[in-house]
Write a protein that binds this ligand. Sequence first.
Ligand code: NOJ
Length: 592
Amino acid sequence: MIRRTLLALALAVTAALPAQVAVKSHPAATQLASHDPWWKHGILYEIYPRSFQDTNGDGIGDINGITSRLDYIQNLGIDAIWITPMYPSPQIDFGYDIADYTAIDPQYGTMADFEHLTAEAKKRHIRVIMDYVPNHTSDQHAWFKESRSSRTNPKRNWYIWNDGIPASSPNLTKLQQDNEHVGLHGKVVPPNNWQSWFGHSAWEWDAKTQQFYYHHFYVQQPDLNWRNPEVVKAMLDVLRFWMDKGVSGFRIDAVSRLFEDPNLHDDPNLPGLNAFGDPNIVHKYTDNLPEVHDMLRRMRAVVDKYPGDPVLISEADEPNIFELAKMYGQHNDEIQLPMDFQVADINDLSVPKFRKLIDEVEHNPANGQPYFFFGNHDQDRIWDRYSVGVSDPAMKERIARIMATLLLTSRSTPQMYYGDEIGMVTSTPTRIEDVKDPVGITGWPKEKGRDGERTPMQWDSGKDAGFSTAAKTWLPIPTTYTTTNVKAESTEPDSLLNWYKRLIALRRTNPALISGDMKMIDTTNDNILAYTRTAPAGESVLVALNFTDKPQTLSVPVILSTLQTDDPRLIHASKSKFITLAPYATFIAELK
Ligand code: NOJ
């Protein structure tokens, strides 16, 4: 039904608004930005390899699958793909538990497949960004196996080991008491109240060597000891290994967690319990320690030795703009693109929140390039996250267009997540026995895990949505695949997919969108988020997004012509002093 409504609108829009209206060619545009590194204007696309394309029929995506879809990615207008980890792994955290940093997991293919992928990507001018997971390895990594083999093993100090404290110590938390063991000198508990991000104590007892090891994430993900120079060397060598293979940079996982307080202070408590039933705490002594920045500079120095403007992207949910700005480095010598979790974590359509946080990062003290994303493999899909309480699918689709527009018309470097461009939905398991992500089992039913946003890509309406030929795919195919799929949407002029494609084409060709500044306008309006982008040579574009379910009016500068809208009444909006946007409508126009 939703597709039919859209088709009606599509016919109305496309009849009056030929496709080229959104892809006007500005020959000067590329010159304007030629001095900039590619990542300042490039569009990145996150691929979750388990779920993108399966070519060997085992129900799990693979590297050859990604290669087979490069034409699609190129056609979409993507500059770089970030592939989440595909290194050998027991797959407890679906690749974020790495057993070997410099190899390929056989379930995804071979190193030759990877080299073929990068070569084919290069032919299509698509760069490859690897996921770099420095905070922890798998407990099956050879380093950890050695480390845990004895207290005197040379790799013992590659991880964070601790004797614990006597179980008779005062002021123990329940999590400490629940983690009591018999050590060399009697009963012991973990040295402090530190908690794993995925629930419960962050200390795991190793019965053989009678010490605890620290894990910020799952028990099977012991933290590396970044205070050990041998670890630093080995991990910087990992960067070199992949740079030598021709990749264009790294997305660095959980980077703010690299260091812990050597004095093991207890983290401060907050009121209440979290989804795992543990006390809420501030991860003050295990997150964002100043030592991180020295390591970021060292990582940057490694990749900077390579040609082609390699990029570092950081995953760190910084609490405010000042912490975020620090990620760029005092001399812009750390991360070029710190992911903006401040903006990504606005989980509702709040004009004041988006305006404030976008404005903050626009004027960040480091003058660094902002980096936005609204979807990824750890959070509900865009389709659902910004439309809580909205039941009309046509309105949900408009909201998806709003978010696409905000992502692709802001000055920030945009990162897309596979499947958001077709409107894939979050498909959260309804029974605990179906959950694959361990965090969803520990946290059930309050925290159901991240399976919902990791389901297979919906390519067509055939078997397994064109993702696989397997009898059973690793996660089920959402029922929406019959209409929400690449093939169907490619032929619908007004589909979400074509909306994305037109936006991307606009972003790549319009001088204001390529290099213009970004200025919020009508800043007391709580219903419409509106801003202009103005290029150094004066070309200017207006973007207006109605964040509400009612028509809203905006006073506008002089409009030259509409560039893209899903409100048929705004196709000929030029010369208006006021425009009225339909509920959840988007309007992009060229200004005089
Ligand atoms: C962040 C990754 O995005 C997430 O998927 C993973 O579970 C944790 N880091 C631990 O590596």
